[in-house]
Design a protein around this ligand. Structure first.
Ligand SMILES: C[S@@+](CC[C@H](N)C(=O)[O-])C[C@H]1O[C@@H](n2cnc3c(N)ncnc32)[C@H](O)[C@@H]1O
Length: 393
């Protein structure tokens, strides 16, 4: 089953963003404007009459903002369940004339001879088996100088999200709840996470996060991606990274525009900035200490990856037993050396959480109690979701 089939089979809209009243609509405009203008360096005001194609546009709430700024849209969405809402929203906002074409198909089947100023594919490319090929296809749809925006779930940034998945699945198993899609599963997820979820600035309801994140079989280790894989792929295909959100590439700061660098140097600078400043930030969401960055060794990265793989195997009910999910020593040592008190506390809490939840004598009640006692960890969400823009040379 693919991610798309999961959405279709369970008949749900994964990201129904509320835009029906003026307040929510203005909020949606502001969020997208912040993303485009401030983080990705693409002023929405300059998109008037530009030709944009968006794949996986879902019910169109993001495309609606582009239409509002005057862009001409080609929309490609394979899940027909969400299309009535898309039509309704464009009708309500009197923007239907900005849709040049709406194609009900998936990214692999879609064909066109046209080239676009902006190509967008948010929230699914990393889940596709042929994701490298798809990125190359997306780049080919750009005019020279055009921009590709994709978003993806980062491997290291998803450690906390995957830990929350594990906590829920362990509770479900201890309660003999086999159907993870059941009301009982939702109710335990709410007991565990609802209070904390309500504190974060999110565009979606708890139930949609539960379905799309916590119990989505596609949100597992094999769909996670990383800048370290993505950047070389794009570099080989005549494009260069322009920007990202969250903005973690701090080496741009204080640089002088007359100091021109080659594309290779730019890619290299992103990679080295990632090594120095991103890992700890991606894991926790806490801004790093810029004065004394500590680079993770290759074993920290590979042990963290193994932990994620093991969490995923446990959730998929492979033969893995609970004792095989062990918080890595290398990660423990790395985080203990960060010199940041908050990171140290987070590390202690995460280590203890893994030890407790995977303990053979754990019960659902003891896990919920233990999770709720992790005051620092509960406020952290890591940095799972990343947007990145690339310019075609
Ligand atoms: C998590 S939602 C993201 C929706 C929207 N792009 C956003 O970022 O808010 C993923 C979207 O990608 C679509 N999708 C999944 N597989 C796809 C594929 N193979 N080709 C095109 N779209 C796909 C889904 O139907 C859904 O609309």
């Amino acid at each position: 089953m693919s991610l798309l089939e999961y959405y279709q089979e369970n008949k749900f809209n994964p990201v129904p963003i509320e835009v029906s009243d003026d307040l929510n609509w203005q909020m949606q405009i502001q969020k997208r404007r912040n993303l485009y203008d401030n983080h990705l360096g693409i002023p929405l005001n300059l998109l008037k009459d530009k030709n944009i194609i968006e794949f996986g546009c879902n019910s169109g709430e993001n495309a609606l903002v582009l239409a509002h700024y005057g862009a001409n849209l080609t929309l490609v969405e394979p899940n027909d369940i969400v299309l009535p809402r898309l039509h309704k929203l464009f009708q309500q906002h009197k923007l239907k004339h900005k849709i040049e074409e709406l194609v009900n198909t998936d990214i692999n089947s879609f064909q066109t001879e046209k080239k676009f100023d902006l190509v967008i594919a948010e929230g699914f490319v990393n889940c596709l088996e042929n994701r490298d090929e798809v990125v190359i296809k997306l780049l080919k749809l750009l005019k020279t100088g055009g921009i590709l925006i994709i978003s993806f779930d980062d491997r290291y940034g998803s450690l906390l999200e995957c830990t929350r998945q594990l906590v829920l699945h362990r509770c479900l198993r201890l309660n003999s709840i086999k159907n993870v899609h059941s009301e009982k599963s939702l109710s335990i997820a709410k007991q565990l996470f609802n209070e904390d979820f309500m504190q974060i600035n999110t565009s979606r309801p708890f139930k949609a996060w539960w379905q799309d994140g916590l119990i989505n079989p596609y949100f597992s280790a094999n769909i996670l991606w990383s800048f370290q894989e993505l950047l070389p792929l794009v570099a080989k295909n005549n494009a260069v990274i322009s920007s990202c959100s969250p903005k973690w590439n701090i080496t741009d700061y204080y640089s002088w525009y007359k100091n021109i660098e080659t594309d290779t140097e730019k890619h290299q600078r992103f990679i080295s900035s990632w090594n120095k400043y991103a890992f700890e930030y991606f894991l926790t969401g806490i801004k790093p200490n810029l004065c004394t960055p500590v680079e993770p060794s290759s074993s920290v990265l590979s042990d963290t990856r193994l932990l994620l793989d093991n969490i995923s195997s446990y959730i998929k009910q492979d033969s893995l037993n609970t004792q095989q999910i062990i918080y890595p020593d290398s990660l423990d040592k790395y985080l203990s050396n960060s010199g940041n008190e908050t990171i140290n506390r987070f590390n202690q809490e995460l280590k203890d959480l893994f030890a407790q939840i995977m303990h053979p004598s754990a019960t659902s009640e003891s896990i919920i109690k233990n999770y709720h006692s992790k005051k620092r960890l509960r406020k952290l969400w890591g940095c799972p979701y990343h947007y990145v823009s690339f310019t075609k040379e």
